[in-house]
Design a binder for this molecule. Sequence first.
Ligand SMILES: Nc1nc2c(c(=O)[nH]1)N[C@H]1C(S)=C(S)[C@@H](COP(=O)(O)OP(=O)(O)OC[C@H]3O[C@@H](n4cnc5c(N)ncnc54)[C@H](O)[C@@H]3O)O[C@H]1N2
Ligand code: MOO
Length: 396
Amino acid sequence: MISVQEAEKLIRQNSPNYYSESIPTIEAHGRILAEDILAERENPPFNRVAMDGIAINYAQWQNSRTSFEIKGTQAAGHPPLSLEDPSTCLEAMTGAVLPSGCDCVIPVERISVTNNVATLEDGLELQQWQNVHIQGSDHSQGFKLARTGQVLNAPEIAVAAAAGYGQVKVAKLAKVAVIATGDELVSAGVDIKPWQIRRSNTTSIVASLKSAGYDAKEYHLKDDLDALRDKLRDLLESNDMLILTGGVSMGKFDFVPQVLKELSVEQIFHKVTQRPGKPLWFGTSSNKSVFGLPGNPVSALINFQRYILPQLNRSQNALCPPQLKAELAEDFTFKKNMTRFLPVCVESNGPKLLARPQRTNGSGDFGSLSGSHGFIELEAEISDFKKGHVAIFYPW
Ligand SMILES: Nc1nc2c(c(=O)[nH]1)N[C@H]1C(S)=C(S)[C@@H](COP(=O)(O)OP(=O)(O)OC[C@H]3O[C@@H](n4cnc5c(N)ncnc54)[C@H](O)[C@@H]3O)O[C@H]1N2
Ligand code: MOO
């Protein structure tokens, strides 16, 4: 049996890579960049008027001029006008090019206009270049606005569009088969016998994968060695990743490790000193990861979140998201020499996040996860965790 740290290291060392594709920028929200976004031009690309008002020659005001005849209007999206007579002014709109000969913009609220002459508010103080967004003051042409591995959230989409990228190169999303194993399982919506169990693991995992954009599909295989072998061979062929749940422990019908071995999936590890999820299985085949999650629903969901989602992120060369930490809101004891993943509800306490353990009745009690916010990871080496103990928090 290996530790959580060793398991994580081995999974990392066996990260697959699913390559990249170009897609329309407007459809790229949430995807991982597979190229750097470089500025098409310097920004602003010209001296940009930042307030609706009048544009003047500042030296005129320094020489005590406070009234300016309006000679024209500089609208946004139009070629620049020129202030021919420095004692006059031009109306100028936000987003327009600052007319040549002007170096000061006065907002419309600070002037009054009579007979086409703009007069400044009494006692108004001006600065040269006020209300002008200076050409190139944000960044130069070719500046790296976003880099490979960044998530394309709304700001990065804006940046890509602003840099003229109608299409962006993003990491390809894995095609994932999520496979429930077990004769006892029956899906929702179908009559159920007293000795059967509703299938829930694969449903929640597929839902989570789909919300992250992956092409994920749910399958159910019975505990039949030959059928399991044949179907898994097909699924391995047609998917980038397999996630199995159940059948990885010590039972007479726990065929998953044996079948994967027969299909030449190389076992990297089986069993981790953790609760829940001790029987976790991980292996690889070509550029594909294969995970065998324990069937108990709390184990399956926690181990999926803890190991598989990060592996999918790595397969896209995603930059690591910031690690969240939370403080235990009460003492907690766990005597076994194992890492403990503890479901919690979190609340904020000033700048801190407090994690309150959610009472569960073991790793089959998935009802207790409803309403929880995620889980914290408690070290194997400690048994008595005191209130205030800081732990890594994994949100659902
Ligand atoms: N002799 C031992 N027995 C067990 C050990 C052990 O070390 N020695 N480990 C226990 C632990 S810990 C876990 S966790 C489970 C994991 O077993 P399996 O991965 O083989 O899972 P199953 O036996 O197939 O199922 C366990 C439990 O979960 C239910 N299940 C399975 N799939 C689903 C699903 N898709 N949706 C909802 N529920 C599911 C299944 O009906 C069982 O009740 O083994 C212990 N035993
Ligand atoms: O590893 Mo099991 O999930 O503790 O019940």
